[in-house]
Write a protein that binds this ligand. Structure first.
Ligand code: S3P
Length: 176
């Protein structure tokens, strides 16, 4: 089974992805790290040196490789992955898609510390950061809302992780 984690930057896709993967007993893969391996430079460097359009091409290519592989995995995607090309359709067809959710204000607080590693928000001052995230998140909702499962990622304790694992397994049963 493949499980795709989608959601805005800073919602905890990697952290929760690792915990979910271990709960399901399958490997964890971070799509951004796969792109960095393919390109030999960081995501920020890709944006600066080659531009966002180039990054989106590589992102779709890396996702396609995951979809085509026979490996089971929990795959953490980038915040923009479901919103470009046919990526969301591809994920919905080939696995279980889980949307990790947080309110914009909480995301803004969390991202203040790691802004510099994220090219789309690097350099924005706190007020501008919150406004940007509110609008940007809103524009992405139509994509995120198509996920099979949605979950708020505040305080994911052992009980909530178990409930998520069970929901994923139930959804996975209806997959080919
Ligand atoms: C992006 C999110 C980032 C990374 C890139 C673009 C986005 O991943 O893919 O900087 O468009 O939201 P995270 O969501 O893991 O930060």
């Amino acid at each position: 089974m493949k499980v795709f984690l989608i959601g805005y930057m800073g919602v905890g896709k990697s952290t929760i992805g690792k915990r979910l993967a271990s709960s399901l007993g399958i490997p964890f893969v971070d799509l951004d790290r796969e792109i960095e391996k393919m390109e030999g430079i960081s995501i920020s460097e890709i944006f600066v040196e080659k531009g966002e359009a180039y990054f989106r091409e590589k992102e779709t290519q890396a996702l396609l490789e995951m979809v085509r592989s026979s490996r089971n995995a929990v795959i953490s995607t980038g915040g923009g992955t479901p919103c470009h090309a046919d990526n969301m359709e591809m994920m919905l067809k080939s696995g279980v898609v889980v949307w990790l959710q947080l309110p914009a204000a909480v995301i803004a607080q969390r991202l203040e510390k790691s802004q510099s590693e994220r090219p789309l928000i690097a350099g924005l001052l706190p007020d501008a950061l919150t406004d940007f995230i509110k609008n940007h998140l809103e524009s992405r909702l139509p994509f995120y809302q198509r996920a099979h499962i949605a979950i708020d990622t505040r305080d994911i304790n052992a009980e909530k992780l178990k409930a998520l694992t069970d929901m994923v397994l139930a959804q996975g049963e209806s997959k080919p």
